[in-house]
Design a protein around this ligand. Structure first.
Ligand SMILES: O=C(O)CCC(=O)C(=O)O
Length: 327
């Protein structure tokens, strides 16, 4: 058991030293766009986020993208919308990892749904992360930059995906991490991010859950349909906005960093950072996902993750034994 305690201490030191060496209590705000070299050297290499206020305020999208314009341009276009009973697409519910019902809707109908009083429990979020801006919504691409030039030059590649996000204020993206360097831009409304660096991975509880999808039934309720072909999905089990510390005591050591983006703002969200996101009603955003380098940073992260798994396994065993003794 002593070895396990010292492994745990190593993980605590990792988080502490990262905070002392290069992380801050809030996301730094840059006055101007970084040069490609500065972006790479000061932020990508050290895996540290930043915000630039009004970075993309000059994009035509900022003045053009209202419901009327989107309806005129795209009213009849079929789009894939995530529909859930609670706003949580890709989240844990009733012991399952539940994905949203993916509904094909006309963009016009989706916009009408968002702008009227809800008639059902359903929460709608246009959030398909398959580069939907350049595919389903390609007639909007001229209103934004095709890519973020300094990021493209620094990373030596174009983004893998450019995603369009528009949804209900009840829609929440539960905490997760991605293997992308993420340049996230808000066009209208507000996005609220809760962030945690990968150096705090041990404090973020995970579980393995059988996959399922929501399906709205004829009464307007949602059934959870298991998807045995997908198997189990590892997912974060804590809600950073109201963590259950009894169930997840390690999370008490995490130091989440919060930030809000408004129209025109850009956030650099480094690869492997955990993020939880919610928004104002009808918030529109566009983000650029550049595949991360699977280099030593990724290597070390996986190593840290494995050590954390070992500690968690031993803790769970210990808790199980204690429970048996008291039962
Ligand atoms: O905007 C959101 O709801 C989620 C964004 C996100 O998870 C991402 O960009 O990776």
């Amino acid at each position: 058991m002593d070895e396990v305690i010292s492994l745990e201490e190593c993980l605590q030191t990792l988080a502490l030293e990262a905070r002392e060496l290069y992380l801050r209590d809030s996301v730094p705000v840059l006055d101007t766009e970084p040069s490609p070299l500065q972006f790479y050297k000061d932020f990508v290499s050290s895996n540290a986020p930043f915000i630039i206020r009004n970075c993309v305020s000059h994009w035509p999208a900022l003045s053009k993208w209202n419901y009327k314009y989107l309806k005129e341009k795209l009213g009849d276009q079929s789009v894939s919308v995530a529909v859930t009973p609670n706003g949580y697409a890709d989240a844990i519910h009733d012991g399952f990892f539940v994905m949203p019902e993916e509904r094909q809707m006309k963009m016009g109908d989706f916009l009408d749904t968002l702008s009227s009083e809800p008639v059902s429990k359903a929460v709608f979020y246009l959030q398909k992360q398959n580069s939907n801006l350049t595919t389903e919504l390609s007639c909007l691409v001229d209103d934004v930059d095709e890519h973020i030039s300094w990021a493209t030059e620094a990373l030596g590649k174009l983004p893998d995906a450019v995603n369009f996000w528009l949804g209900d204020k009840r829609a929440v993206t539960s905490m997760h991490k991605d293997h992308y360097e993420n340049l996230y831009c808000v066009i209208s409304g507000e996005k609220h991010f809760t962030l945690l660096p990968p150096t705090e991975t041990y404090f973020v509880p995970y579980g393995d859950f059988p996959a399922a999808v929501y399906k709205e039934n004829s009464e307007g309720d949602f059934d959870i349909i298991p998807q045995p072909d997908i198997g189990t999905v590892p997912w974060v089990t804590v809600d950073p906005l109201s963590p259950n510390l009894k169930k997840n005591p390690e999370f008490a050591q995490a130091r989440p960093i919060k930030c809000t983006l408004r129209a025109g703002d850009l956030l650099y969200l480094p690869s492997l950072w955990f993020h939880h996101v919610h928004q104002s009603h009808g918030c529109i955003a566009v983000n650029y996902w550049y595949d991360m380098e699977f280099d030593i940073k990724y290597n070390y992260f996986k190593f840290t993750e494995s050590i954390g798994d070992i500690c968690r396994y031993h803790h769970n065993e210990k808790r199980g034994r204690k429970k048996k003794e008291t039962d």
